[in-house]
Design a protein around this ligand. Structure first.
Ligand SMILES: Cc1cc2nc3c(=O)[nH]c(=O)nc-3n(C[C@H](O)[C@H](O)[C@H](O)COP(=O)(O)O)c2cc1C
Length: 349
């Protein structure tokens, strides 16, 4: 499928997830195969324009993640257009607008999902960005603000007219947050009402769900969020099923453990500036090396965040989660993971 001039090899993409879909995680997902597009965590347009280091970090990506979409949030069309130009200057393939975040801190600044309540303003942001850049501008929205204001089909049409190259819809309202189920019949209705590609999002936690949505609804693509945090192999498994495999095998326990060890290694390298191929707004604006102790704490916190999803459904998963949460050093974390997943030290080296 295509988004503007960008070709995706698979219609199944990694959904943007703040705190989770960092460059290390995205690279590992890509290495497992089957993922057609990765989207960064949401990045503040104001932070980008002001060149704030922490914001720039969120937008970092590596070549092996391509095609890559950088998601930005904000409510000011001029700032969003400037931020889109910065994203384009960083070499990203796509710039995505967050119109789905329900968190009050974001929504109260006329950004995130509150943009859905002002469709003319939302379309104005798309128009300003589409005029400012040559890369495709896409929009990720929810079903609507609340059950009385479900307007994804109307908003999708408006942003298409304003120049959006694709739309993604999470079929819950902001008021719902993550309660209830994603409304795939509404998502399908959106797909039928516009001629740009529409990605559906919500509750695809098994590879079979991905295929079912692709086959039974009008969407062009599917975003996988939480399902990928539990099972980063979901993309390659969905691709295998799509290619005709009758079923997919469980990922070997050891391999699941190795994923976590690789994640730790990538995170550690990233923060000392050893990773190759990072793109920044300008040379010299790369992340300053973090002192060893701060780095260790950051990596441990990252593992705790991923662990809370990754261990779900795993045999003994809750014990592992508790153990990860009480581990204080990287060495102990590695030892814990090797022990739990039965990985010998020599197998890792
Ligand atoms: C931890 C977490 C962080 C998220 N952060 C973002 C975000 O930054 N931008 C965004 O558009 N959606 C975000 N989402 C929403 C997801 O992209 C996705 O639409 C939603 O989780 C439903 O899909 P799923 O059931 O496959 O997880 C986030 C979801 C989770 C669970």
């Amino acid at each position: 499928m295509k988004i503007g001039a960008v070709t995706l090899e698979s219609p199944v993409a990694l959904a943007p997830m703040a705190g989770m879909t960092d460059t290390a995680f995205r690279r590992l997902v890509k290495r497992k195969g089957g993922c057609g597009l990765v989207v960064t965590e949401m990045v503040s347009s104001e932070g980008l324009v002001r060149g704030i280091d922490r914001t720039l970090e969120y937008a970092e990506y590596t070549e092996e993640e391509r095609p890559v979409s950088i998601q930005i949030f904000g409510g000011d069309p001029a700032v969003m257009a400037d931020a889109a130009q910065i994203v384009e200057g960083m070499g990203a393939d796509i710039v995505d607008i967050n119109m789905g975040c329900p968190v009050p801190k974001i929504a109260k600044h006329s950004a995130g999902c509150s943009l859905m309540r002002d469709p003319a303003h939302a379309a104005g942001i798309v128009r300003a960005m589409a005029k400012a850049v040559r890369i495709p501008v896409t929009v990720k929205m929810r079903a609507g603000w609340n059950e009385r204001e479900v307007n994804a089909p109307d908003l999708a049409k408006r942003v298409e007219d304003a120049g959006a190259a694709a739309v993604a819809v999470h079929g819950r309202t902001a008021a719902q947050a993550y309660r209830g189920e994603s409304d795939w019949s509404l998502i399908s209705q959106v797909a039928e009402s516009v001629s740009i590609p529409v990605f559906g999002s919500g509750d695809c936690v098994e590879p079979e769900h991905v295929l079912q949505r692709l086959r039974e609804t009008a969407v062009s693509g599917v975003l996988v969020g939480r399902g990928a945090l539990r099972n980063p192999w979901i993309f390659s498994q969905a691709a295998a099923l799509a290619a005709g495999a009758p079923s997919v095998d469980d990922v070997p326990f050891e391999e699941r453990g190795r994923f976590l060890l690789e994640y730790i290694d990538l995170l550690l390298r990233e923060r000392v500036g050893e990773a190759e191929g990072f793109r920044h707004v300008a040379p010299g604006q790369s992340t300053a090396p973090v002192p060893a102790r701060g780095r260790e704490r950051w990596v441990i916190n990252k593992l705790r965040a991923l662990g809370s999803w990754y261990t779900k459904g795993l045999e003994g998963g809750s014990q592992l989660r508790v153990a990860i949460n009480s581990t204080e050093t990287i060495d102990d974390l590695r030892m814990l993971i090797r022990g739990f997943f039965g990985i010998g030290v020599e197998a890792v080296a």
